[in-house]
Design a binder for this molecule. Structure first.
Ligand code: BES
Ligand code: MN
Ligand code: ZN
Length: 506
């Protein structure tokens, strides 16, 4: 796919499909009226016939004749005040999908105005929408339909309806936004692939191979260190290894490092940790079949941190970034860990297991200790499909953000706002620690029913200690069964975009 900045009046664009956006009632939109006049009233007639009211993602498309554009498409964007970057992404994904449906090879999109200074984000999200919408996980489909290539190859961006020349700064912002989008979408789609691969394929060793391959592709920026069970045992990672010990697939600790070419003043060391349970059966606290279905998603956090590293290698980052993923499978067997077992974690804390299905916090706890003691980072972020409770609280589309570090939490939420990923700050109520008391060990791994996402967060906090730390529970948004434009069924690559927004050079 080629992206370009187009200049000149929108109604003079030489393209297969000219698309624009209206906020609500089209008759109140000046460009709608101008476009309608250009096509002899065909647009308003179609709008009337199809009851087009400019509601979010409502689409109207007419073929034209004798115009530089062969088709004219209007997409509704709802109310302007509620319009978000997520909406823009979905809108451009829907336009690209519509273009492919009618066999268009080129699209020119007249970008809606978000106010001055927003050009970078405007271009970035429009282009991301196109590339995220083009994603398909079809390598296991053998039918003919799966092999059909999309028609769309060229996507143009127009900033001004009347063709007012963009300033040099605007032009640069659009180019930068476009380039960034290509990198972000590539990383997001890569993460989607890793999540969508069956657990039988995307094993801990396969995850490690992904990290090693990235380090090989970017030898100047990235280095990969992979630890096996023996090395992890030497480090005393008793919680991580216990979770993986029931599987014939060996556990792997992935440590992928990005180092900036030159050390800038104020540069930080940042650890990004992902939950990497490549399959979660629940262990002896076995999940019922319906809940176990889909548990290949349980490595989505590790996919996000590993894949975000490629974007950092491509875009550059002022900070030293360490992606860490403790990857293993949570299975049942004669070797599996049991209820009532007492584990010793890497930092020496002992943990009584009262539920083998609360395995994520065990793997992450040791990964956090590894990061804290081996990397000594200024900031730790972790991403984990950690609790169903977080989905009960926030629904399936929103991630829960837990932190007792106000500044870091605020900075992270601001990045999520710019990336257009749906995240919500949750309380980390210390009183709930009482639920993690054990009569025979320093703590137990599972609390009671109420506040399950919070007790999971408090468990992790034990290991982060005083290092500024943010925990992001992505159990809901890591995959989806309700597709949206730009987001097909399956893995979503959630958190990659915000990681890149937070870490990469502006
Ligand atoms: N991987 C699951 C959480 C999950 C649930 C992810 C649904 C994606 C969708 C996690 O390991 C788990 O099993 N959590 C338990 C914790 C409980 C035993 C305290 C849960 O949420 O039920
Ligand atoms: Mn589990
Ligand atoms: Zn799990």
């Amino acid at each position: 796919m080629e992206f370009q900045q187009l200049t000149g009046p929108a109604l003079a664009a030489q393209t297969d499909l000219l698309a624009f956006v209206v906020f609500g009632d089209p008759s109140k939109d000046a460009f709608f009226r101008a476009a309608d006049a250009a096509v002899g009233g065909a647009l308003s007639a179609a709008a009337k016939g199809e009851r087009f009211e400019g509601k979010a993602l409502q689409t109207l498309s007419v073929a034209t004749s004798g115009q530089p554009f062969r088709r004219l498409t209007v997409v509704g964007a709802g109310t302007r005040s509620a319009f978000s970057l997520t909406d823009l992404r979905e809108l451009s994904a829907a336009i690209a999908a519509g273009a492919n449906r009618v066999g268009a090879q080129s699209v020119a999109l007249l970008l809606p105005s978000l106010g001055s200074g927003k050009e970078r984000l405007l271009a970035q999200h429009a282009v991301e929408g196109v590339l995220l919408g083009a994603y398909k996980f079809d390598r296991y489909l053998t039918g003919e339909a799966a092999k059909q290539a999309p028609s769309l190859t060229s996507f143009g961006l127009l900033l001004d309806a009347k063709g007012k020349k963009p300033t040099a700064a605007q032009s640069r912002a659009i180019t930068a936004g476009t380039e960034r989008a290509v990198v972000v979408a590539h990383a997001v789609n890569h993460a989607r692939n890793l999540v969508n691969e069956p657990a039988g394929v995307m094993t801990p060793t396969a995850m490690a191979a992904e990290a090693t391959a990235l380090a090989k592709k970017y030898p100047k920026q990235l280095t990969a260190t992979i630890l096996g069970p023996k090395e992890c045992a030497k480090l005393g990672m008793g919680m991580f290894l216990a979770v993986g010990q029931g599987s014939d697939q060996e556990a792997r600790l992935i440590h992928l490092t990005y180092k900036p070419a030159t050390k800038k003043k104020g540069a930080k060391k940042i650890a990004i940790i992902g939950k990497g349970v490549t399959f979660d059966s629940g262990g002896y606290s076995l999940k019922p079949s319906d809940s176990m279905m889909g548990m290949k998603v349980d490595m989505a956090g590790s996919a996000a941190v590993v894949c975000a590293m490629e974007a950092l290698a491509m875009l550059g980052c002022d900070h030293e970034v360490h992606a860490i993923a403790a990857c293993c499978e949570n299975l049942v067997s004669g070797k599996a860990y049991k209820l009532g077992d007492v584990l010793t974690s890497m930092d020496g804390t002992t943990v009584e297991i009262n539920n083998t299905d609360a395995e994520g916090r065990l793997t992450l706890g040791d990964a956090i200790t590894y990061a804290r003691t081996k990397v000594e980072p200024d900031e730790i972020f972790d991403f984990a499909t950690l609790t169903g409770a977080c989905m009960v609280a926030l629904g399936p589309y929103t991630a829960g953000v837990f932190s007792d570090h106000e500044r870091l939490a605020r900075d992270w939420m601001a990045a999520a706002d710019r990336s257009g990923e749906d995240m919500w700050r949750m309380p980390l109520n210390g009183r709930l620690r009482e639920q993690l008391k054990s009569p025979i060990a320093d703590m137990r791994n599972t609390g009671e029913r109420w506040g399950g996402a919070i007790t999971a967060g408090l468990f992790l906090k034990t290991f982060a200690k005083d290092t500024p730390w943010v925990h992001v529970d992505i159990a809901g948004p890591a995959d989806t069964s309700n597709p949206r434009p730009g987001q097909p069924k399956g893995g979503t690559g959630f958190a990659v975009a915000t990681l890149v927004e937070y870490l990469a050079k502006a």
